[in-house]
Design a protein around this ligand. Structure first.
Ligand code: SF4
Length: 201
């Protein structure tokens, strides 16, 4: 692991609270965060997510950015760790670093705050998964709450970032048509969406 100084934390009594994601881990010296890729060392936090565990070229259509610059290629880079534990994660051997044996991969669920504002200012396009609006169901599926996902979507849209949303359909779990209509209406109401984009030559 290659640990580097990290941003996004604040002091709270004897602890340092990580402000990168909604889990807000309060860390004593030496503690690892829930994601296991951020840790406290003395008066600062360190991150292991500067490492690249995986990379490959692909057509953009193979990514969950189906409408962003169609016809182009993208370089995928992935860093260790994840702040969610989706039950059906296709990368679980890679994403759940420290929880299972295996190589490392990760994605981050950013807190709607300074961290996501920073990311929004540096990103051209983002895909977010929203599994369900039902908090109990979302927590059962992912280990996290859906509200920060909705807040993050709104912030990204307000910042003018190209956003695509995926909802993995799990028969019998989140495929109720009425619930999906409500989910779609909620997403549509978060901000100004552009349904398609002219393809650049
Ligand atoms: S899970 Fe990781 S990123 Fe989230 S608050 Fe805890 S240490 Fe920070």
């Amino acid at each position: 692991m290659n640990w580097q100084p990290a941003e996004f934390f604040r002091a709270a009594g004897e602890t340092l609270v990580c402000t990168l994601c909604p889990r807000a881990c309060a860390l004593a010296d030496g503690d690892l965060g829930w994601c296991r890729v951020r840790r406290r060392r003395g008066g600062r936090l360190e991150t292991a997510t500067f490492a690249t565990s995986l990379w490959h070229w692909d057509a953009v259509e193979r990514k969950p950015l189906y409408h962003y610059r169609p016809g182009s290629e993208v370089l995928t880079l992935a860093a260790p760790g994840c702040t969610l534990r989706c039950l059906y994660c296709q990368n679980h051997r890679l994403s759940q670093f420290g929880r299972e044996a295996g190589v490392v991969w990760g994605a981050r669920a950013l807190e709607p705050g300074a961290a996501i504002a920073t990311a929004a200012g540096r990103g051209a396009a983002v895909n977010l998964d929203l599994k369900s609006l039902d908090r109990h169901r979302h927590r059962a599926l992912t280990g996290g709450d859906p509200v920060p996902v909705l807040e993050t979507l709104a912030i990204l849209l307000a910042a003018g970032v190209w956003v695509e949303v995926s909802t993995p359909l799990i028969p019998g779990v989140n495929t109720d048509p009425a619930a999906l209509r409500t989910l779609a209406r909620t997403i549509a109401g978060l901000g100004r969406w552009t349904p398609s984009r002219e393809v650049e030559p």
